[in-house]
Design a protein around this ligand. Structure first.
Ligand SMILES: N[C@@H](CCC(=O)N[C@@H](CS)C(=O)NCC(=O)O)C(=O)O
Length: 242
């Protein structure tokens, strides 16, 4: 089953599971762009109820190879506007495409290099989070211990130092939102839940304040309160951290 959130006259459609996952930064960017967009959420009923693991793949497998895309995957984005008609997969490609289109890709070549580097670093960080969150059964306790004592501090300390050295600590690049803010907010927010206490004013003040300031951005603040916002699950419901 799929849940369709169709917006009138929307040219852009985002396809993904009915979870935050790799789509959440893309959703934030679209919201901040003020553009009307539709969503197709796989593995959930129209009312948002999540299907169990044995049924979740069916609808996606039915459409996967019918989408006109060289590398069909989730998330995907279909832009059917006349000037920009394109169908793409790969979450980072989608983010950069939208960032170029809606002006979230910095103001100079140096900004764009910083954005690219932070985006790649964030993807490495995310892969470590995912490795842990999807370690099932008895192995999770050990994986979690290693993650919270070694891997997480490694990444958070570096992002904290990066931000501490900037003049404007509300944004990772320049003086305004860029695509990496959507990506990094999502990961930091998740970490406040997965490893409580890992980001707070007492230990990582710059990251803690970045989270607060992102959530206060008016369009984001309204979105977080809206019915289409998914607070949970972050990962598949059958993951160890969800
Ligand atoms: N590198 C890809 C990874 C995409 C991916 O692994 N998607 C998962 C969900 S997070 C999926 O279920 N894909 C559907 C499929 O493989 O058919 C990206 O960043 O978009």
């Amino acid at each position: 089953m799929v849940q369709k959130l169709i917006q009138h006259k929307a040219d852009i459609t985002l396809g993904y599971w009915g979870i935050r996952g790799l789509a959440q930064p893309i959703r934030f960017l679209l919201i901040a762009s003020d553009i009307s967009f539709s969503e197709v959420r796989f593995g959930v009923l129209q009312d948002g109820t999540i299907l169990d693991e044995s049924m979740e793949d069916d609808d996606w497998n039915r459409v996967k190879f019918k989408l006109e895309m060289p590398f069909p995957n989730l998330p995907y984005l279909i832009d059917s506007s006349e000037a920009n008609a394109i169908s793409i997969s790969q979450s980072n490609t989608i983010l950069r495409y939208l960032a170029r289109r809606f002006d979230f890709y910095g103001d100079s070549d140096i900004d764009r290099i910083e954005i690219d580097m932070l985006q790649d670093e964030a993807y490495d960080f995310r892969n470590k989070i995912i490795e842990t969150a999807y370690t099932l059964g008895h192995g999770y306790a050990f994986a979690f211990k290693q993650f919270s004592s070694d891997i997480l501090p490694y990444y958070l300390d570096r992002f904290e130092s990066y931000l501490i050295n900037l003049k404007n600590r509300d944004f990772f690049v320049g003086d305004r939102l860029s695509l990496v803010d959507f990506v990094l907010y999502e990961l930091f927010w998740q970490m406040t839940l997965m490893v409580p206490g890992s980001i707070q004013d007492a230990n990582r003040p710059a990251l803690s304040s970045f989270i607060r300031s992102f959530e206060k951005t008016p369009k984001i603040a309204n979105y977080i309160k809206s019915k289409n916002y998914i607070e949970h699950p972050i990962n598949s419901p059958w993951a160890s951290f969800t």
